[in-house]
Design a protein around this ligand. Structure first.
Ligand code: SF4
Length: 721
């Protein structure tokens, strides 16, 4: 057992709060404040404070399990690994490499995500790899790349938020999803800045706003267009900025001018005076930010919706200026790093495109393989899950629980059950792991070292603080053993730092360049922002990816300047130019269109889904923590008093929500905080109250993001005929 305090980071959301772990005499660790880490300055939410509970052997797996006679029974590691290798080998032989699927997670460290992509492409030779981050932020990533040529969730540090003049926060309830971040908005208001929140619900975040706009779910694309229309009509555009730093304005302007405020009011339910007030608050200050999260992104037009919000930001001259711009609040712990290093269907490490011949050559050289042997892009997450049991016969799944978190979850569950072979690596026996042929118990955050990249693009070091229980091994060990069994003579590296050194080389020269980041630097500094090329800026700016400004060096742990011989990292992007070929940001002309499934006589109400403060994602970990379960014991249906009255439902009565994909039942929670035409369900629970039984897998054509945020349902009092 280690005896000293270990500084590390929370295992859950993308804020990646810093925390110190102190050893307990009886084993285990306690979380204590780590005030020196600037992102959260010691503050933690309940999930972070209670995270050590999941380290306990009472709630987690400590032995491999294999299916025998229909049930999962304990097995040795060799038996379990042999069985996985045999299952994958048989599928590959009988059906070809693309019949093997790999599904990852936004909770995997950079080292694991990198190794998983490498394992899929050079050991299995499959193109069929994607991860649950596709369900999280892929529309913002696509929108950011279209406009700026680069996707880094926030192109500026969180510390800039309180210093701006106005924040337009779209579809984010960060008071519940990442509570310590709320202080940035509180400080903004204390400094005289304004906060506009766009959300169909009056959430705890919306309650902080100077102005809350509550559009009908799935209509904020129209809302953004209506605001841009007014910005143009009121002469509030920044013409010099548009002329000097952007392209494509005329087409985007014409599209916005077709969306008259009165038309937008009819679509969204947001009144013209509210639109005018939002424009005034947003345009009056010199600096302002648009921040989006899952609300605009989890739509079948999520990429266009993000583009509409970026257009608004560009038209007012904000991106690439100090204390201004557009950013996405990524959700999962390593949602940012997880999409940069190769577990995404269309990406290679360093956020390179899998279809780019030069990128393939570079990464293949690091991997010691022929570039032509690398498969091309595969299916996106939902499409991959939908192909299980047909085109894809075996699946290796890490750090994800799609039985609860995927859209149209009953169908996904049925597809998973139809597989020839399923192997799951997880900390706990999740609802998906329960269906597996083999389950491997793996190490978790406090038991292993590795890096994550938070929502700011700040690469961080999580440190091992505790010895894992007997019987548990790391995901890197699993991939090493499987690679060795499937023909890679020496297997793969299992030491995280050795993997990171390889990742540095693989990412060098790519958009997400980590080559100047080392474990030593991460241990000495409070994270390093990418891009961070290996060469010093003094060696020439050509080593900095096109469009990336160097920004200011960040300070060492005691406030001293960091070594100027190394690249300081890039806290702020785009200050000089954008990462497009011509250095200009691109307007993308977009128009309003309806959600994939509009309400009708049979399904007259809209369902929107989201999260609550005491649970995380599919709840696989947090549902096993007593304190969190006491705070959020189960699902609920939030509905307006008028709808409740029509149903004859009182607070706490069970109500059924029915969509074209299934039925979910949960207690009514009656509140004026939601629109009368909309109900809300959190998605953290399996079983009868599983919200994702209802959700629509209609996909965005660019990002392949499912439409979690809006579908047509009817609501019934339970026992109604
Ligand atoms: Fe911080 Fe997120 Fe962890 Fe809560 S869950 S402590 S907000 S990183």
């Amino acid at each position: 057992m280690q005896t000293s305090v270990t500084p590390t980071h929370c295992p859950y959301c993308a804020l990646q709060c810093g925390m110190n772990l102190t050893p307990e005499p009886a084993g285990g660790v306690t979380v204590v404040e780590r005030p020196d880490f600037p992102v959260n300055r010691g503050a933690l939410c309940g999930k972070g404070r209670t995270a050590p509970a999941v380290l306990s052997s009472h709630v987690r797996l400590t032995s491999p399990l294999v299916r025998s006679g229909g049930t999962l029974v304990p097995a040795t590691w060799d038996e379990a690994l042999d069985r996985i290798a045999e299952g994958l080998r048989r599928t590959r032989t009988e059906h070809g490499p693309d019949a093997c699927g790999v599904f990852g997670g936004g909770g995997l460290t950079n080292e694991k995500a990198y190794t998983l992509g490498k394992f899929a492409r050079i050991v299995l030779g499959t193109s069929q790899i994607d991860y649950n981050g596709r369900f999280c932020m892929s529309s913002a990533a696509a929108g950011g790349i279209k406009a700026f040529g680069l996707d880094r969730g926030l192109p500026f540090p969180l510390e800039d938020i309180p210093k701006t003049g106005c924040v337009l926060l779209v579809g984010s309830n960060l008071a519940e999803t990442m509570p310590p971040a709320l202080r940035y908005l509180t400080e903004l208001k204390e400094n005289g800045g304004r906060l506009i929140v766009v959300d169909p619900r009056r959430t705890r975040t919306a309650e902080q706003a100077d102005l809350h706009l509550a559009p009908r779910p799935g209509t904020d694309l129209a809302l953004a267009l209506g605001l841009l229309h007014l910005i143009v009509a009121e002469g509030r555009t920044d013409e010099a900025y548009i002329r000097e730093r952007t392209s494509g304005w005329e087409e985007a302007r014409a599209a916005a001018m077709a969306h008259w405020p009165e038309y937008v009011e009819r679509i969204t339910g947001v009144s013209v005076p509210e639109l005018r007030e939002a424009v005034r608050l947003f345009c009056e200050p010199e600096a302002a930010m648009v921040l989006t999260a899952r609300g605009p992104e989890q739509q079948s037009k999520g990429t266009d919706t993000v583009s509409a919000w970026i257009n608004l930001s560009l038209a007012t001259g904000r991106p690439g200026r100090p204390l201004s711009g557009y950013g996405c609040l990524t959700g999962q712990g390593n949602g940012q790093g997880g999409r940069e290093h190769g577990q995404k269907a269309d990406q290679l490490p360093g956020y390179r495109k899998l279809t780019d011949p030069e990128a393939r050559r570079h990464v293949a050289e690091v991997w010691g393989v022929d570039p032509d042997s690398l498969p091309g892009p595969g299916r996106s997450a939902y499409e991959l899950l939908d192909a299980l049991g047909t085109d894809i016969r075996s699946l290796l799944l890490m750090a994800s629980n799609p039985v609860v978190s995927a859209p149209r979850a009953a169908h996904v569950e049925e597809r998973i059950r139809s597989l020839d072979f399923l192997a799951v690596c997880d900390v706990v026996l999740s609802e998906t792991a329960e269906l597996a042929d083999v389950v491997l118990p793996v190490t978790q955050w406090a038991e292993e070292t590795g890096t994550t990249t938070n929502l700011e693009g700040r690469v961080l070091l999580r440190r091992r603080a505790i010895t894992p229980p007997e019987g548990v091994r790391s995901d890197l060990h699993v991939m090493h053993e499987l690679a060795a069994r499937l023909g890679v003579e020496k297997g793969f590296p299992t030491d995280p730092e050795e993997v990171f050194e390889e990742l540095r080389r693989a990412s060098a020269g790519g958009p997400a360049d980590y080559s100047g980041i080392t474990y030593g630097r991460l241990a000495a500094e409070n994270g390093v922002f990418w891009p961070c090329p290996a060469d010093s800026p003094a060696d020439g700016p050509a080593d900095v990816p096109e469009g990336a400004s160097l920004g200011a060096p960040h300070d060492g742990p005691n406030g001293e300047p960091t070594d100027t011989a190394v690249h300081p990292g890039t806290p702020r992007l785009f200050l000089d130019r954008f990462a497009t070929e011509d250095g200009r940001a691109r307007f993308v002309p977009v128009s309003h269109r309806a959600i994939a499934e509009e309400p009708d006589d049979e399904y007259p109400v809209l369902l929107t889904t989201g999260r609550v403060v005491a649970q995380y994602q599919s709840g696989a970990q947090t549902r096993r923590v007593d304190e969190l379960n006491a705070a959020a014991p189960g699902p609920f249906v939030e509905l307006h008093p008028r709808l409740a009255e029509r149903l004859g439902a009182a607070e706490g009565d069970p109500v059924a929500v029915v969509s074209r994909r299934g039925r979910a039942v949960a207690p009514a929670r009656i509140t004026n905080a939601i629109r009368p035409d909309t109900v809300f369900m959190p998605f953290h629970w399996p079983g009868e109250g599983r919200a994702n039984t209802l959700t629509n897998p209609a996909l965005d054509p660019t990002s392949r993001m499912p439409e979690f945020k809006a579908c047509a349902v009817r609501v019934e009092a339970v026992n109604a005929v």
